[in-house]
Design a protein. Sequence first.
Length: 287
Amino acid sequence: MIVNNSSSAALAAYSSAAARKTSTDTSSARNSTDQTADTAQPGNTDSVRLSGTSTSYSNAIANYSPYFPVRSGMAADALVLGVSQPGATSSSKDKTFADVASDARKRMDEKYALMKDSGKPYDGSDTDRNSLMGDLDRRSLNAVATNEGGQFSTAEQAAAKGLMRQQERLATGYYSGPADQQKNFTDPYANDPIGRAKAALGFLDNMTAEEKTDPQWLIQHQTLSDALAQTGTEDSTTKKDKGHFHNLSEVLAGIDTDGSESKKAGSEEGSTSYVFEQVQAALRAMQ
């Protein structure tokens, strides 16, 4: 079994949300940043409960973990958390973006070495990709995807972009993960294009600071905001079963998952005009 020492910090940040009893060191429990302790009865054991943030993070990890399989002994908690909490920080916390990239390089090199030492070097599979980048939060993934500092290979950049796209798709109700797990996935926005659009907008709102500096972020955000305004969300219940509202990943890549439109030959992925046309087509279908 491979022991993943480099992911210990991420695992600590995403501790289990299960309630537990402790009979000693109550002052330590009270001082924990992620815990509050209540004394049940004088002289008896203390009841300890995790903060709302820790519970939310743990639940998010439990819900999406099956879609990010890893090697035995490794974890992908940071990747999983990025689905529902794209702005959560662990590997990139309190670092400049240049330092985030250097840290990601170091973490990945350590994972490569662990895999090689196990007798099975990195093979580029989805499982190995998840294992390689499993403790990178979304900000760290973005540093790899954008080749910050010029220290990541083309394959590594593509892998990071793929993981970020997977987070976006899962967050907006579209399955992305191992084929054998798809049967366990439920689209929370089925027949609810308004809910899907709001989820996409919420994901954009919670992206990392560096992602928000990309001009495309503003275009996508404005497009979705305008589209929601035009649908008249005050009366969304009368329209929720009509049409197909494109999710964030579709807007980013110009992909139409319901098959009603084919991707335009020669169109530039993510271009302003194509994004606008995609959303307008979705709006017309809802009217």
